[in-house]
Design a protein around this ligand. Structure first.
Ligand code: ZN
Length: 331
């Protein structure tokens, strides 16, 4: 099956009132882990590629592998999504590469630090929508800024999403999906204590924008056991903390459909490899320790698919093509 537009995956999640994990991918083992987990759980899945991942993989390598993953798993709806796109040029480039969905992060200037004005965010996002929709490609925008560190994105200030502004933003840009700043944060060191998420913002925005798919970034749970494994085998990740699963489930109940997760995958992979290396000091076949990392990511992704209610939904619908979406957008 060719890759499907993200819009359809989110629309089906809306109907079924469940959430879909958007997992970052950088290499073959991570990709296999996520897609094999999805196949086993019969779960639709969003594979997201950041600017850093494009650079690391020299673009075409990763894109080609994602296409192969989709071909090998025709029964699983898979979207290929750009995470935190920073410019119209980049969006055009990845759409040419075959991405079925893009995020344009107009909340920050291209330096990834300075907050952009509302007007400037609207202008950039609208340009992206005007380019993407005639090609059938889904667009996610962001309003408000998330704190924390995600590769080169390091907003110093956290500005929570203002629901009324969100209403204007969607009306003026035409985005399909909107990332809300509700108090989550990127990275492993999100919080010093139990986080408080502004569920009221989700509720308000959902009321004002029933047709828009809502997205939560920075939603790794940073489970104790993953952190402990990294630290037990020589790592140094002290005091990492994330968003507890029940909070994410509450957010899904209020209308969050896409849940972005990167950190947990990094921790699972690193912990398993560290452990393998310590327990098997004589092994220098990289397939051995990378396979251990791959297995760790897979079982952790399977759990998320169950926690978010995604499991079992892959067969609910006939996957749409970008062509089908073109028709939808021009109606
Ligand atoms: Zn993000």
């Amino acid at each position: 099956m060719p890759l499907v537009p993200m819009r359809q995956i989110l629309a089906e999640a809306e109907k079924g009132n469940y959430g879909v994990g958007a997992f970052n991918v950088n290499n073959m083992e991570q990709l296999q882990a996520i897609v094999n987990a999805a196949a086993g759980q019969k779960a639709p899945v969003i594979l997201q590629v950041s600017r850093g991942a494009l650079e690391y993989s020299e673009k075409e390598y990763l894109v080609a592998m994602i296409r192969v993953a989709a071909q090998k798993n025709p029964e699983i709806p898979i979207a290929m999504h750009l995470d935190h796109g920073s410019s119209l040029e980049l969006v055009k480039e990845v759409i040419d590469l075959g991405f079925t969905s893009v995020m344009i992060d107009g909340s920050l200037e291209e330096d990834g630090k300075t907050p952009r004005s509302f007007e400037s965010n609207v202008r950039l996002t609208r340009e992206v929508v005007q380019y993407a929709h005639p090609r059938g490609v889904t667009v996610e925008g962001e309003l408000g800024t998330l704190g924390g560190i995600e590769e080169d994105i390091a907003a110093s200030e956290v500005i929570l999403t203002d629901p009324r502004q969100a209403g204007r933003f969607v009306a003026e840009t035409g985005v399909d999906a909107l990332a809300l700043a509700i108090g989550t944060s990127h990275g492993a060191y999100k919080f010093k204590k139990q986080p408080v998420l502004r569920m009221d913002i989700i509720r308000e925005v959902k009321k004002l924008l029933p047709e828009t798919f809502l997205v939560m970034h920075g939603s790794s749970s940073v489970p104790r056991e993953l952190v402990d494994e990294v630290n037990a085998y020589g790592g140094k990740v002290p005091g990492a903390m994330g968003v507890p699963i029940p909070m994410i489930q509450e957010a899904i109940g209020l209308g969050i459909r896409k849940i972005n997760i990167d950190t947990d995958g990094r921790l699972a992979f690193t912990g398993a490899i560290r452990r393998y290396m310590v327990e098997n000091p004589a092994v220098f076949d990289q397939r051995k320790y990378l396979a251990a990392g791959r297995e760790a990511i897979k079982s952790w992704v399977e759990r998320k698919m169950q926690d978010f209610g995604t499991a079992g939904h892959a067969g609910d619908y006939t996957p749409a093509s970008l062509e089908d979406m073109k028709t939808l957008y021009t109606r």
